[in-house]
Design a protein around this ligand. Structure first.
Ligand code: NIG
Ligand code: FE
Length: 412
């Protein structure tokens, strides 16, 4: 089955060969104006300028005129917690009234609140709620996603979450990567026995997660009041023994050594980075680890934004992700993530598009599959409404500028 899309105003992020983007290269966004794109069996097989399309459009089984609209690779959202039970708008109101994230956590709210809800929810109902969220993010332009456990916090409930993620992987038309986050918070039962819970993660959870092939990565919430850098390293090293590479929560609330721990572990990514000091920036800049910025979490929690400019100018490789979760970012809309990155973090639109597509793909090790318009990659694409330029996308934040989404070569 061959599909031709022709009269594309701008075909965005077109690359045959590519590497992870950092420094000045992050602002280079290769585009073809007045372009065509050919898709066969769900994959991109060709593209070029309209004047180089030598066949009549009617030669193709399916042919669509884009009538001057833009086509981009779908977003690659490399950090979400989209499997969760219920919602936490009561805490949202507490925050409006002035309670801090840590105060809410200390009241038994926060992650432990979601854990209680999840423990009381059946696997089937959890799957149904999560499947709806997955459908929603696909409609808003996400073409590959990472999903974490971490609201189970018991052996059976962590496995339940990971099984839901596995079912999503099986039913999802877009690639799904799975991350085991048993060390997301300390369960109430272990509040005087940290060692006991860490032992449970390492000796009981990890072997079962591995035996059932339930995760691709391991994550720890490395933060004051959660897990120390030393504990993070211990848990991630145990995960590595089971073949799980680290992708960790670091430097969200404080500069608490998470970035350095991630770099030492050779983590695929260190994520959040609201609280960066010079030492953390230098450490990240001299590493192969990607810094994944989650600006909507900073927005929602009214925290300082990630120092994106400083990170880019220091040559750190950065990606952008939504952190979709019920506590700190109850939205998986990557259009908003891109807009807020430009508006609040002073990223250029080109940088934000690269960081949320190709670099996001690298942060899930899916760079050969998604993240750019490249021959052989999946045709997971977004088509915009008519826009005057690419810069218009983050500028006109809040408007729905996506007219159509293509997944595996089919418009949905
Ligand atoms: O990435 N920081 C840790 N975990 C989530 C928030 C979890 C929650 O509040 O439910 C995050 O922001
Ligand atoms: Fe997170």
């Amino acid at each position: 089955m061959t599909t031709l899309i022709y009269d594309i105003g701008t075909l965005v992020n077109v690359r045959q060969a590519h590497t992870l983007l950092y420094g000045k290269n992050l602002a280079l966004l290769p585009c073809i104006h007045n372009a065509f794109l050919i898709v066969e069996d769900g994959r991109i097989t060709d593209y070029g300028r309209m004047e180089d399309l030598f066949f009549p459009v009617t030669d193709f089984t399916f042919h669509y005129s884009a009538e001057g609209r833009c086509i981009l690779p779908s977003y690659c959202d490399s950090h979400t917690h989209l499997v969760f039970a219920g919602s936490r708008e009561d805490e949202f109101v507490d925050k409006i009234k002035g309670l801090s994230y840590s105060e809410i956590a200390a009241k038994g709210g926060g992650i432990l609140n979601s854990a209680r809800k999840l423990q009381e929810t059946s696997e089937e109902f959890l799957y149904q709620q999560s499947y709806k969220r997955l459908q929603e993010i696909i409609r808003t332009g996400t073409g590959a996603v990472e999903i974490k456990s971490g609201y189970g916090l018991t052996v059976e409930d962590e496995l339940k979450m990971l099984k839901v993620i596995r079912r999503l992987k099986e039913s999802s038309p877009i690639p799904v990567r799975s991350t085991f986050l048993g060390a997301h918070a300390l369960p109430e039962k272990y509040k005087d026995n940290r060692e006991g819970y860490i032992q449970l993660i390492i000796e009981e959870m990890l072997p079962r997660v591995s035996k059932e092939g339930l995760a691709d990565y391991i994550d720890v919430f490395c933060e004051k009041g959660f897990y120390t850098p030393e504990e993070t390293k211990k848990i991630c090293r145990a995960g590595k023994e089971f073949g799980l590479k680290p992708k960790i929560h670091a430097n969200q609330l404080y500069a608490s050594g998470g970035v350095q721990a991630g770099v030492e572990l050779n983590a695929v990514s260190v994520d959040h980075l609201e609280s960066m000091d010079d030492d953390a920036i230098v450490s990240l800049a001299h590493s192969n680890t990607i810094g994944t910025l989650l600006p909507t979490a900073a927005f929602f929690l009214r925290m300082p934004y990630q120092p994106a400019r400083k990170l880019i100018d220091s040559n750190c490789a950065i990606a952008l992700a939504s952190d979709f979760n019920p506590g700190s970012s109850p939205s998986g809309n990557m259009n908003f993530v891109v807009a807020i990155s430009c508006i609040q973090m002073r990223m250029l639109p080109e940088e934000a598009i690269n960081a949320s597509t190709l670099n996001g793909a690298y942060a899930m090790e899916l760079q050969d599959e998604v993240g750019s318009i490249s021959k052989g990659k999946r045709a997971n694409l977004v088509m915009t409404v008519p826009v005057p330029s690419i810069q218009y996308l983050p500028y006109s934040f809040g408007s729905n500028l996506i007219e159509k989404v293509m997944v595996n070569g089919e418009f949905i």
